[in-house]
Design a protein around this ligand. Structure first.
Ligand code: FE
Length: 169
């Protein structure tokens, strides 16, 4: 018996955004990685300006202190390569781990010296608020600052100003 596969017969809602499909999630082309700091870069997957969140890979190729930050909204993480930890917790996010970071968390991200490279997919809602050990705000990132970083980087590597648009919804 041959199964008949039946697609949905109607158009998608007029106001629905288009889908995003990325096959090279961990890209070989170095230019797709947006430099963030010394030894730190990110690869955008979905920059959701309309809902105020972003999905990206964070890649770290140095060890030690990365950042201390507060999350006003939840974060979901999936470790693709290497490992990392937060000074405030006794667990280590190892390759293959899923991490849920609840709203209200403030934590200090470190990568241990034996880790040559870590790559983690994060879905970050709202903002990253960078703070000192007393919680004093030093800087922030949101989907709009991420978009701007991408736009500038992709322009500088010759991909053009509109290259980032494929990730924005
Ligand atoms: Fe975090």
């Amino acid at each position: 018996m041959i199964e008949t596969l039946v697609p949905y017969r109607h158009p998608m809602p007029q106001d629905a955004a288009s889908d995003i499909v990325i096959h090279d999630v961990v890209p070989v082309d170095e230019k797709l990685w947006v430099p963030q700091a010394d030894g730190v870069s990110f690869r955008p997957l979905c920059l959701c300006a309309s809902r105020g969140y972003w999905v990206n890979l964070l890649r770290v190729r140095r060890s030690g202190f990365l950042s201390r930050h507060r999350h006003p909204q939840p974060v979901h993480g999936y470790v693709i390569k290497g490992s990392w930890r937060y000074l405030e917790h006794d667990w280590i996010a190892t390759e293959g781990s899923y991490v849920y970071e609840p709203p209200g968390e403030t934590h200090t991200l470190v990568v241990d010296p034996d880790v040559k490279e870590m790559i983690t997919m994060f879905q970050v809602n709202g903002a990253m608020i960078y703070v000192d050990p007393d919680g004093q705000v030093q800087a922030y990132e949101d989907v709009f600052t991420k978009i701007e970083m991408c736009r500038r980087h992709y322009l500088s590597v010759g991909f053009g100003e509109s290259f980032v648009n494929q990730f924005i919804r």
